[in-house]
Design a protein around this ligand. Structure first.
Ligand SMILES: Cc1cc2nc3c(=O)[nH]c(=O)nc-3n(C[C@H](O)[C@H](O)[C@H](O)COP(=O)(O)OP(=O)(O)OC[C@H]3O[C@@H](n4cnc5c(N)ncnc54)[C@H](O)[C@@H]3O)c2cc1C
Length: 488
């Protein structure tokens, strides 16, 4: 039998704000007038957010600040997403700052954090969307599926000469933790990286930093990632050695279009020819800067067309030169050559994971309406951040989540059918209520107010999930408990 408990038993509810909510809940169920002489009982809504990182925590904070309860379902124990597992660990200060910002958002009253709970594994999407009773579901689960390398048969060699970017960076960020139990990767000299975006530059940096650290150590010189990340030639100079003397060949990055097309900088929407030319210059500058500091090899206009396999292991790729026509890049017949490498890393973009119940449009979930991406089959399911944009950066995810969440609140949560009944208001509020009720007529998509019984039922299910993983509702105590002592 499910345990029963009152709203007050939730640690998230131990605030003065929450005691106000208790009153509101009781008012909704028993039709008692609001204790506030002017404001009508605000309707109660409960929104599920999937993913607790940048976009999820931003959505949760905005909803909570509007008095809307939010359940944040996070697959991991810690909620930091690509900040912890994507952004390479040399971004020490930036990662700390973003962790603190996410923490501040998720510990807000009205936010129910549900760690170690993965949509598609612990909770089924159809159940969450159709049966839990949430006013809306916001998908903020990012882009964790590596885009396929695109060479037939390549995926047979994952772990046998082929590695994808997401698990590679995850390993790099966690490999020195004593409790790390995931796959381990080699970083041999001369690896081949297929990519072109900012994340692929991070992949080649990891390879170069690892190789130069090893080569310097072999000469009796101890350095570390933080020192080397400032620039390999500068560190070598400090130690009175020339990089060429270390015998590192360096990894090779190949990109299918021209170097000025690399997505290392973005032109503004509707850019003029002048702005496009400037963006192309910036891209070339970013690439040159990275190559000067990290000494990797680079070839543009190269497309992987086939595999080189020896003894059941991928030992390189067949690569053709390409002809560029606008955004299209076609292999030029007769230009194919073998590029042998001890390791191939594919870093050609990330897309959302396929989750049972959420239909796709190509590589992405089937959203419509750019301003507030809404799933085509579920009118109360929305998307924010990387799950919609696929790529981007911290700021893009943050701003996207802010804009979409504010729009959702504006369109759906401000006025609800449950509060526009003049019979439930004081006579002095009638004129105002009539005005609001009239406005509500146009709001077909308005979220209905939830009764206290409905709120309680959702909270009970949340509590059961939290208890399952040992989360008591004390966010800070949980983070302290699940943070590895040697996390970098
Ligand atoms: C290698 C690399 C380097 C980068 N460097 C930079 C940089 O220098 N500067 C910059 O601004 N940006 C950088 N970015 C991009 C930036 O990190 C992301 O754009 C941003 O953090 C994405 O935030 P998000 O909240 O949209 O997605 P995510 O951070 O991916 O958050 C999604 C959350 O959802 C959770 N989740 C996923 N699936 C489920 C599920 N099924 N159920 C429950 N929870 C789930 C995840 O665990 C995660 O916490 C980099 C990215 C990479 C990969």
């Amino acid at each position: 039998m499910a345990t029963t408990f009152s709203l007050r038993e939730f640690p998230q509810e131990r605030t003065s704000e929450s005691s106000g909510r208790d009153v509101q809940s009781r008012c909704l169920s028993s039709n008692i007038w609001s204790p506030d002489p002017i404001v009508v009982n605000p309707p109660e809504h409960f929104v599920a957010v999937i993913g607790g990182a940048i976009s999820g925590s931003v959505a949760a904070e905005i909803l909570a600040d509007h008095g809307i309860r939010v359940a944040v379902f996070e697959q991991n124990a810690r909620p930091y997403g690509k900040i912890e597992d994507g952004l390479p660990r040399w971004h020490v200060e930036q990662r700390k700052q973003e962790y603190a910002r996410i923490d501040a958002r998720l510990r807000k009253p009205g936010v129910y954090y549900i760690p170690c709970t993965k949509l598609g594994r612990d909770v089924h999407f159809n159940d969450l969307a159709n049966n839990w009773g949430f006013s809306a579901v916001i998908l903020a689960n990012g882009a964790w599926r590596d885009r396929d390398l695109g060479v037939p048969g390549a995926n047979e060699y994952v772990g046998k000469g082929l590695v994808y970017q997401n698990p590679f960076i995850y390993w790099y960020n966690h490999k020195n933790e004593r409790s790390y139990g995931g796959p381990r990767y080699e970083t041999p000299d001369g690896a081949l990286v297929v990519g072109g975006g900012l994340a692929s530059i991070d992949v080649v940096k990891v390879l170069q930093l690892e190789n130069y650290e090893r080569a310097l150590r072999a000469r009796g010189i101890e350095t570390d990632v933080h020192e080397l990340e400032k620039g390999i030639p500068a560190v070598c100079k400090e130690h009175g050695i020339r990089p060429e003397e270390l015998g590192v060949r360096g990894c090779l990055l190949i990109y299918r279009r021209r170097e000025q097309d690399m997505p290392l900088a973005q032109a503004p929407d509707n850019a003029t020819p002048d702005q496009i030319a400037k963006t192309e210059q910036v891209r070339q500058k970013v690439l040159r800067f990275a190559r000067d500091k990290y000494l990797f090899r680079f070839q543009d206009r190269r497309l992987a067309t086939g595999l080189i396999v020896e003894n059941g292991r991928l030992t390189g790729l067949k690569v053709a030169e390409t002809k560029i026509d606008g955004r299209r890049s076609e292999p030029i017949p007769g230009t194919e050559q073998d590029i042998r490498a001890p390791l191939v890393i594919s870093s050609i973009g990330s897309v959302p994971e396929v989750l049972p119940g959420i239909s796709m449009n190509g590589e992405y979930y089937a959203f419509k309406d750019e301003a507030a991406p809404r799933h085509v089959e579920h009118s109360h399911v929305f998307g924010v951040g990387n799950v919609v944009t696929g790529q981007g950066n911290i700021r893009v995810s943050l701003v996207h989540s802010q804009q979409v969440t504010k729009k959702l609140i504006e369109e759906n949560a401000r006025i609800s059918s449950g509060t526009n009944d003049p019979a439930r208001m004081r006579p002095m509020d009638e004129a105002r209520a009539a005005e609001r009720a009239e406005a509500a007529v146009d709001r077909v998509a308005c979220w209905p107010a939830l009764s206290s019984e409905q709120l309680m039922a959702i909270e009970q299910r949340i509590r059961a999930l939290q208890q399952r993983v040992g989360y008591t509702g004390d966010y800070d105590a949980w983070i302290a408990k699940v943070t590895p002592p040697d996390l970098e």
